[in-house]
Design a protein around this ligand. Structure first.
Ligand code: NAD
Length: 910
């Protein structure tokens, strides 16, 4: 099978807010307002088509053996050299083998798709096996021009090959027309553009349908056989109209990305294609068209291999890593569109000796240093003598590539005196993992972002430009790893240790990454099984998450145990204790699905789901809670589901297990309370492999796990004082779910149970939830059932309702009266309970009997005054009466000595 085997993308981190262009130049060109939505991507001052091509290619080579490439094509219309092969520079930067064919494809916006067809056809012929095609552009426009708004900078790479194909090549069709909607003379910086209407009508709207229909005819297919349609077109309305003209429904059309980055020239068909691949499912057919003096159409069918592709930035990752500028003058300076005084130092000679460049090619362009064969010490640059003083071996160095080795900032400083397009110049020492140091420039960051120890990655950038001779110098600079700078907000988990089960994918992965980003040390548990829990399992999901955390400077260990066994649960907690010495946070998240309608629900499917969700939570929480209890702190999150809380066809096993977790939480919250262990439950809605075929596609698109994440972070934090809550969350929406209990209706009497007929007659009252309440423990609920508060009391909701009602306690007071202790006692206690749930009651004890009445007695022996919440706590036994009195929570008027009888006469809280 022949097709695409890998992809990668690079969209510069900087984005220019289009309103900044309008605000600066709207006085001159007010019509700019029409296209001033969103932001366009823009190269940093030290980036160009070559540096972006290298970045996209490195992304594309993740998980690939680069030595397998036997050709590299670079497509662009903005290459810095007209006669020095630009693909050769990219190849040197990537350290590709010498036995390689390199070529530049240029002079048309369709150069990228032409290069890709050539690559695919060359593989088809059997001549070559793996060809990387990189498309990249940084187009210049005059200031205050529509095209300044429309264009963006970016690059994308695709590998064409015949092994592990992720998108099978089904065929191509091309048309060539000498249609000149714009051109750029070879000695000119800017495009000359003809009237837009003409470009739209005679260009896009005519040539794109021609190539699409030609391809359909060639492959004997119709638009029904296409799932996604990719073609760049800067005119938003025409972009949509062409799809309609071709009979494609709007869901097939891949967005032209005007709002998020703008049109990236030759790279744009690839960028849009990759954006389609990122959301594609096996079997999807994607049609890609490149337009420019004719057009190329290529059809691909996505395969199962796409699910196995190594993680990469791609288009989505590149778009997520951004800094938006609204300084239009900075944009002009970075593009060299305004002249500024650069100072006398900028006049220093900049000529590059190509002799040296040739001799040191690997070192300068490939960042290749040396590694001692004797002692294994890496060093940069490679030298005749090993840098290790203990070794000092001669001529012992073999090539060692530093570009992909993780590094951290060892020292740094900033300097306003050096020549810099974006002062201050920031530079410092890097320490590479495993050894090796390099004095390097920092880029794509601000001075305030840097700190010693910050993880950085190496990036191929422009070092300087010899304007006089037209030569661009490149070298490697250090860029802080995306996400490493923003260390999270005020909600931090420094010194906390978290366990996340099922953290190799989906929601769990998101939690683990964010906890680590906010300072927690994380145990990333994942068995790595199939969606239904079958299969032998794999270490790689957990390992990948740990690797990602470490790359961003966090701390994590992987655990591959099965939550569904007692041993597995113990090992998971042991992993945390062995690695980090404690457990503070546990997120019970691992999950599987085995959906079947109930009659077809075989016992093994029932059991498998209960084992993972319910038993799994039990097996992990028990040892975790023991560890938390020792520290007097813990936050536990359970994961239930709307299917369990409300029901969902075909998920009886899952619903039972998920709601059982709510039961587990309800009691555990009471047991955890005194150890400061808080337990809450979430019912998430998120796009993951568990929901890909359960959720409607448009909902799936909008349901990133990141929208569930913030709530879980709050529930895991010290700031969370809630315990026992159930929260629905998804797509940025949140609400609390609770079990509500309606007011009790007493039927029959103490001696005569009601008849079924009486129940039936009163059905409306029994099932009514009017005035329903939420109870946070069983006793309050039972008391409310057997001693319902007076109707008027039910109207008033107390802040202390959660813990049972004050009225209910007075209702059951006679039941807790110890008549044997009341011999000879004749006393009246008055209770004045403040707060919404409060009221006045008095208790008369006489002749070994106790009666309670609401209201105020005119002559009590003593009066006890308390807030409703304190009263409930005292009655539940969690606030000793003496403590309540000495702390001022209980005020006693009258005969204080008499009040001491209360503890003898009643058995509350026991
Ligand atoms: P997911 O399949 O992407 O992730 C679940 C992870 O759990 C997988 O990586 C899997 O390997 C791991 N896992 C499964 N069994 C395991 C076991 N025995 N031991 C250790 N790891 C195991 O699913 P997701 O959507 O991220 O789901 C996460 C949790 O959220 C699940 O409990 C799920 O039931 C619940 N949930 C999800 C949604 C949703 O909309 N995604 C809705 C309601 C509830």
């Amino acid at each position: 099978m022949i097709g695409i085997t890998s992809y990668g993308a690079y969209i510069p981190r900087l984005r220019l807010d289009r309103m900044a262009i309008f605000q600066a130049m709207g006085w001159f060109a007010p019509a700019l307002m029409m296209v001033a939505q969103g932001e366009r991507s823009m190269c940093n001052w030290d980036e160009d088509a070559i540096t972006m091509a290298v970045a996209a290619s490195r992304d594309c080579l993740r998980g690939q053996d680069k030595q397998n490439l036997d050709a590299l094509f670079v497509a662009s219309t903005t290459l810095p050299f007209a006669d020095r092969q630009n693909a050769g520079i990219v190849s040197s930067a990537l350290n590709l083998k010498a036995n390689l064919m390199t070529a530049d494809h240029t002079s048309s916006q369709k150069a990228s798709t032409t290069a890709l067809i050539s690559a695919l056809e060359s593989i088809k012929s059997g001549e070559r096996k793996n060809i990387m095609v990189t498309a990249t552009d940084r187009r210049e426009t005059k200031a205050a021009y529509f095209y300044e708004m429309w264009f963006g900078d970016g690059a994308a790479s695709l590998i064409a090959g015949d092994t592990d194909v992720i998108a099978e090549y089904k065929g191509s069709y091309s048309v060539a027309h000498e249609f000149v909607d714009h051109y750029r003379g070879s000695d000119k910086k800017y495009d000359y553009v003809w009237e837009e209407r003409w470009a739209r009508d005679a260009g896009y709207s005519s040539i794109i349908p021609e190539v699409v229909n030609g391809l359909f005819e060639k492959l004997a297919i119709t638009m029904d056989d296409v799932d996604k349609l990719v073609y760049p077109c800067i005119f938003k309305r025409d972009h949509r109209n062409i799809a309609a003209q071709l009979g494609a429904t709007s869901d097939k059309l891949i967005d032209n990305m005007h709002e998020v980055c703008g049109e990236t020239g030759t790279a744009h068909p690839f960028i849009m294609f990759i954006s389609a691949l990122e959301k594609a499912r096996p079997g999807d057919r994607i049609l890609m068209i490149g337009f420019g003096q004719g057009a190329n159409g290529l059809l691909f069918e996505v395969t199962e291999n796409i699910t196995r592709l190594t993680d990469r930035n791609g288009v989505a990752g590149s778009l997520a890593n951004k800094k938006t500028l609204n300084n239009y003058l900075k944009w002009l300076k970075f593009r060299d569109l305004i002249q500024t005084e650069m100072g006398i130092r900028a006049e220093a000679p900049t000529q590059t000796a190509t002799t040296v460049l040739w001799r040191k090619n690997k070192m300068i362009l490939g960042l290749v240093g040396g590694k001692c064969r004797e002692c294994g010490t890496p060093q940069f640059p490679k030298m005749d003598i090993c840098v290790n003083p203990e070794c000092g071996a001669f001529h012992s160095q073999e090539d060692y590539e530093f570009a992909d080795v993780p590094a951290r900032v060892k020292t740094f400083t900033a300097d306003m005196l050096s020549v810099s397009v974006d002062p201050p110049a920031i530079y410092g020492m890097l320490q590479f993992e495993g050894g090796g140091r390099l004095m390097a420039d920092f880029t794509d960051c601000e001075l305030d972002d840097l700190k010693v120890g910050l993880p950085v990655q190496m990036a191929f950038k422009r070092k300087g430009v010899d304007q006089e001779r037209g030569f661009v110098n490149y070298f490697w600079k250090a860029v802080p790893i995306a996400g490493a700078i923003e260390e999270g907000g005020a909600l931090r988990f420094d010194d906390r240790v978290a366990i996340v089960t099922g953290a190799g994918a989906g929601l769990g992965r998101t939690y683990a990454l964010e906890l680590a980003r906010r300072g927690a040390r994380v145990v990333v548990n994942d068995l790595g099984g199939a969606r239904n829990g079958s299969g032998k399992g794999s270490k790689s999901p957990a390992d990948k998450v740990v690797e990602q955390i470490k790359k961003s400077g966090g701390e994590a260990v992987a655990n591959y145990d099965n939550v569904a066994t007692p041993k597995g649960g113990e090992n998971i907690v042991k992993t945390a204790l062995d690695a980090f010495g404690r457990v503070d946070i546990l997120i019970n998240n691992a999950g599987i699905l085995r959906d079947k309608s109930f009659i077809k629900m075989a016992p093994e499917n029932w059991k498998a789901v209960l084992d993972v969700h319910l038993n799994g939570a039990y097996f992990v929480t028990r040892p975790a809670m023991a560890a938390m209890k020792d520290n007097g702190y813990g936050r536990i999150v359970m994961t239930t589901s709307a299917a369990g809380l409300y029901g969902n066809f075909g998920q009886t096993n899952y619903s039972a297990a998920k709601t059982a977790l709510v039961g587990l939480m309800n009691t555990l919250k009471l047991e955890g309370m005194k150890y400061n262990i808080h337990i809450n439950t979430i019912a998430p809605i998120a796009a993951s492999r568990l929901t890909e075929d359960v959720m409607p596609p448009d909902l799936f698109e909008r349901s990133k796990p990141e929208f569930v994440l913030p709530l879980v972070m709050v529930l895991c934090s010290e700031a969370c004082q809630e315990s026992g809550g159930i929260f629905n969350c998804g797509m940025g929406y949140f609400n609390r779910a609770a079990i509500l209990t309606g007011p009790a209706v007493q039927l029959g009497d103490q001696h005569h149970p009601p008849t079924p007929e009486l129940i039936h007659e009163n059905w409306g009252k029994i099932e009514s939830l009017d005035g329903a309440r939420e109870f946070k423990e069983a006793n309050s609920a039972i008391f409310a059932l057997i001693a319902p508060p007076a109707a008027e009391d039910a109207e008033e909701r107390s802040s202390a309702d959660d813990q049972g009602s004050v009225a209910a306690i007075f209702g059951r007071m006679p039941d807790t009266f110890k008549a044997e202790a009341a011999a000879g006692v004749d006393v009246i206690f008055q209770f004045n309970i403040s707060g919404k749930g409060g009221g006045d009651w008095y208790c008369t004890i006489k002749d070994k009997t106790c009666t309670i009445e609401s209201g105020t007695h005119k002559n009590p022996a003593c009066t006890l005054k308390m807030a409703d919440a304190d009263f409930l706590a005292m009655m539940a036994g969690s606030l000793p009466a003496m403590q309540a009195y000495t702390s001022g929570k209980l005020k006693i008027e009258g005969d204080i000595m008499k009040s001491q009888l209360l503890e003898k006469l009643f058995s509350f809280g026991k």
